[in-house]
Design a protein around this ligand. Structure first.
Ligand SMILES: N[C@@H](CCC(=O)N[C@@H](CS)C(=O)NCC(=O)O)C(=O)O
Length: 233
C-alpha cells in the first residue's frame, strides 16, 4: 500500500484560490490535512509558510511550502501525475492557453469582485460591476474557443481552466445575493450559464464549495473590517 503523503493545506473555506486547490486535490483523490486559517489573526504557521504574501492557500508537502494557487495546482498535477485525471492539458499549446486564461481570471475577476464589495459609492460599485460583466463576456468567448463544443473548458471532463473559473462562481453568487446582479445569465453569457450548471453538479464542486450564506457572512465581515480601517485613516 502506498504511504500516505505528509500533506497539509492551509486554507480559508470561502477563498476562491483555496477552493481551486481543494478541487485539484479532490480530482486527484489525494488525502491531506486541511487546516482552516483565520485571516484576521494569522497563525505562525501561515506567516512562516507564506512569508512573502502571507496568504492562503499554502500546500505544505513533506514540510516544504508551495504558495500561489496556479503554482500549487501545477505542483499537484506533476507530483500526482499517475493518480486521477490530468489537470493541465498534455499538449503544450493547450497548456499555454489554459495558463493564459487562468492568469486573466486572477488578474481581472477577483480584483473586480473585491472592488465591488469595497466600493464606497454607488458610482464606484457600478463601475466595478461593469468590469465584472466585461470579464464574463471575455470568458464566454474563451469557453467557445477552448471547449470545442464540448461540456467543459477542458473538453468532456473538467480541467485546469474549469477549476480556475469554477472556483470563482461562489463569489458571483455572493454578489448576486448582496446586490441582485446576475453575472452568469442565459441571456448575456449562455455558454457560461450552461457550463456553470454542469460544473456545479461535478463531484469536485459539490464536495468543496461551501454554502453561499457562509461566503456572504464572510464578505460582510470583510466589508466591516475595510470600513473600520478607512475610518481610522
Ligand atoms: N495569488 C494568490 C492569491 C491568494 C489570496 O489572495 N488569498 C487571500 C484570500 S482570498 C488571502 O490570503 N488574503 C490574506 C490577506 O490579504 O491578508 C493565489 O492564487 O493563491
Amino acid at each position: 500500500m502506498a504511504a500516505k503523503p505528509d500533506l497539509k493545506l492551509l486554507g480559508m473555506s470561502v477563498s476562491p484560490f483555496v477552493i481551486r486547490v481543494r478541487m485539484a486535490l479532490h480530482m486527484k483523490g489525494v488525502s491531506h490535512e486541511y487546516i482552516e486559517q483565520d485571516l484576521f489573526n494569522k497563525s505562525e504557521l501561515l506567516l512562516e509558510s507564506s512569508p512573502v504574501e502571507k496568504k492562503v492557500p499554502v500546500l505544505i508537502h513533506d514540510g516544504k511550502p508551495v504558495c500561489d494557487s496556479p503554482a500549487i495546482v501545477q505542483y499537484i498535477d506533476e507530483v500526482w501525475a499517475a493518480t486521477g485525471p490530468p489537470i493541465l492539458p498534455a499538449d503544450p499549446y493547450e497548456r499555454a492557453v489554459a495558463r493564459f486564461w487562468t492568469a486573466y481570471v486572477d488578474d481581472k475577476l477577483f480584483p473586480a469582485y473585491a472592488g465591488t464589495a469595497k466600493a464606497a459609492t454607488e458610482e464606484e460599485r457600478t463601475q466595478q460591476i461593469n468590469e465584472m460583466f466585461a470579464v464574463m463576456g471575455q470568458l464566454e468567448e474563451a469557453f467557445a474557443q477552448c471547449s470545442n463544443g464540448k461540456a467543459f473548458f477542458a473538453g468532456d471532463s473538467i480541467g485546469n481552466l474549469d477549476i480556475a473559473v469554477g472556483c470563482n462562481l461562489l463569489l458571483l453568487e455572493v454578489l448576486r445575493s448582496m446586490y441582485g446582479v446576475e453575472f452568469v445569465d442565459t441571456g448575456r453569457t449562455p455558454l457560461l450559464a450552461a457550463w456553470a450548471k454542469r460544473f456545479g453538479e461535478t463531484d469536485a464542486a459539490r464536495e468543496v464549495v461551501p454554502d453561499v450564506h457562509v461566503a456572504v457572512e464572510y464578505a460582510k465581515k470583510r466589508q466591516a473590517y475595510w470600513a473600520a480601517a478607512a475610518a481610522t485613516k
